[in-house]
Design a protein around this ligand. Structure first.
Ligand code: AGP
Length: 593
């Protein structure tokens, strides 16, 4: 899940590359490095957060260079393992995003040839293989092509060549795009990282090899062995600045953004949804896929489709698609949910459904991504950049879009729009000072607890799972979300005095209300600390030690019910002193299997 950023053009690019890596830091933040060409290759590498220091200030300036921010897959977090990896003999330096799946086989064959390694990375194997090809009097271009074809797995590499004064890059599976600015050419893992400079992009396909010298570009596909025209695409959006505003962390800013982002995701006109709804009506089963948080929004969307529009819809975790693919039929429809549009598990699932002849719809937050380009129907959550590794505003945007799609299928588009507007007001009330104070009190109650449980049922069962993930991935505490009905089939054995159990309580007229209340009474009888989330007019208010009020809105209150968990995760993690926006071990876009 690393980030690649490069530049070639008229401008001095040291700071351009530094800023580009800062914008890519969400992709991986173990270590990083920059290489600049000026007479020779000058490199700077460091571990930890991307920040300026005296050594970096001393790095030779130049107007062509590459940079990389790493999420370690092979080898520890050290300066030696940080990218770029240089070849003195070859006169180039190289960065990589992905995993060389045949790394061990390739490395052992090189070791048998007494090739010397300085790092523990799979990346350095690529460098040494290219060096061996150069010894056969191949051009660097030819050497790269030969070696890249030997690599198994989803890999993207970029090289800075001193001999050719060029950047070379080849992509396969891991994202890579070009930005075309008047002053020069950008090459990066996403369009957001060069967005302040340009919204003109060249989207690359797998096995496209790019050569950039000065402001000149050539694209050669190493599978078809053909040069390709440079097709410039104007992106719909340009983000000139990506900042936290007055917030201390991106996470809190993005949680509060939800006052508006629900509506950005559902600003579609009915006629824009009809091509997909028509296909669904004519098609077979609807599979909704995603991973992590997007897997839970996929579940929520499938819930809406089944329970509001009576559609045969099934949510599938992207990484589990193989167990379903044998029953998938050509007339089935796939809806892929992804914030980044680059999740390897989800891309692989889409490719498998495409092979079955299925139509593909996608809901993505970033522009110019692989998943959108694999789709027959492209939709966007339009939430703006989501920088915090933990997804918040995009989750609710995904669910809201799925609700509007469902209401359109049920010929209630206008009613759906009205309910979403009411939902936005309900969400805004959560941020009232008194309610935030109450949420902070609940968060503090969890501070010294190692385990907590979140109960949900029906429309709130995916919210319980997502709420648990939110708290886990930032506070590092073990929080388990599960269907309330599961409680007495085993989990209740874990409940003891003081165990926090947070339960999502639907409206009293909901079919799930009584079951939820009896689940809470069962844990309370065993000493649990009970927290309710939902409409606090509940007639059973007295069985809760704490109650977080969320006004319920017809059919969509589940979307609002997740926000207290986002806030609990935030306040708890701040109290614990954790890194809020870049939690340990995680990356925002999981572009490797
Ligand atoms: C979100 O909080 C998580 N960091 C992670 O589970 C994420 O949702 C998952 O990796 C899917 O990413 P995507 O939405 O970009 O496909």
């Amino acid at each position: 899940m690393c980030g690649i950023f490069g530049y070639s053009g008229e401008k001095e690019c040291n700071d351009l590359i530094f800023e580009g890596l800062k914008r890519l830091e969400y992709r991986g933040y173990d270590s990083w490095g920059i290489a600049i060409l000026n007479g020779k290759i000058h490199q700077y590498k460091n571990i930890g957060e991307i920040k300026y220091d005296k050594m970096l200030q001393k790095l030779q300036k130049g107007n062509i260079g590459i940079g990389h921010t790493r999420w370690a897959t092979h080898g520890g977090v050290t300066k030696i393992n940080a990218h770029p990896h240089i070849s003195e003999v070859g006169g180039f330096t190289l960065v990589q995003n992905g995993i060389v799946e045949n790394f061990n086989e390739l490395k052992s064959s090189l070791l048998k040839k007494d090739v010397h390694f300085v790092s523990e990375t799979d990346t350095e194997v690529i460098v040494r293989l290219i060096e061996l090809e150069l010894l056969k009097n191949k051009s660097l271009r030819q050497a790269i092509i030969t070696v890249f074809k030997k690599l198994k797995g989803r890999n993207t590499i970029a090289l800075l060549s001193n001999n050719d004064k060029k950047i070379y890059a080849v992509r396969n599976g891991s994202p890579l795009v070009l930005g075309i600015a008047t002053d020069g050419i950008y090459i990066a893992s996403d369009t957001l990282s060069f967005s302040p400079a340009t919204n003109e992009a060249v989207l690359l396909d797998d096995f496209d090899m790019v050569e950039i010298g000065g402001k000149n570009i050539s694209i050669f596909n190493i599978e078809s062995n053909q040069f390709k025209p440079v097709k410039i695409k104007k992106l719909k959006h340009q983000f000139n600045k990506i900042d936290k505003g007055n917030f201390k962390h991106f996470m809190l800013k993005e949680i509060v953004d939800q006052k508006e982002t629900i509506l950005f995701a559902t600003k579609y006109l009915r006629k824009e949804l009809l091509p997909l709804t028509d296909s669904i009506k004519k098609g077979g089963r609807v599979y909704v896929i995603g991973a992590g948080t997007a897997g839970f929004s996929a579940g929520q969307i499938a819930y809406f489709l089944r329970n509001i529009a009576n559609i045969d819809a099934q949510e599938v975790k992207s990484y589990e698609f193989e167990q379903y693919i044998s029953i998938v039929k050509k007339k089935d429809i796939l809806i892929a949910i992804s914030q980044s549009g680059e999740t390897a598990d989800t891309i692989e699932a889409i490719e498998a459904f495409k092979k079955k002849g299925c139509k593909i719809a996608s809901l993505v937050n970033m522009y110019g991504t692989t998943i959108s380009r694999l789709s027959d129907f492209e939709f966007y959550t339009n939430s703006g950049p989501e920088i915090c590794v933990a997804s918040t505003k995009v989750f609710t945007a995904q669910c809201a879009w799925g609700y509007l799609l469902t209401m359109t299928l049920d010929n209630r588009f206008e009613e759906g729009k009205k309910n979403l507007s009411i939902l936005t007001k309900s969400i805004s009330q959560i941020f009232l000072k008194s309610r935030l104070e109450n949420i902070k009190r609940v968060a503090n109650k969890l501070k010294n607890k190692e385990h907590a449980f979140i109960l949900g049922k029906g429309e709130n069962s995916y919210i319980a799972l997502e709420g648990a993930l939110k708290i886990k991935e930032i506070s590092y505490k073990h929080v388990e979300g599960f269907a309330a009905g599961e409680l007495k089939h085993g989990v209740i054995a874990l409940i003891e005095k003081g165990t926090p159990v947070l339960s999502i309580i639907p409206s009293e007229n909901s079919r799930d209300f009584n079951d939820m209340i009896s689940a809470v009474e069962q844990v309370k009888a065993r000493g649990a600390l009970t927290v309710g989330i939902g409409n606090d007019k509940s007639s059973k208010r007295e069985i809760f030690d704490f109650y977080i009020n969320v006004s319920q809105v017809e059919n969509v209150s589940s979307i609002a019910n997740v926000i207290p968990f986002q806030l609990i995760s935030y306040y708890l993690s701040v109290a614990l002193g954790n890194n809020i926006d870049k939690p340990r071990n995680l990356a925002k876009s999981v572009t490797v299997k």
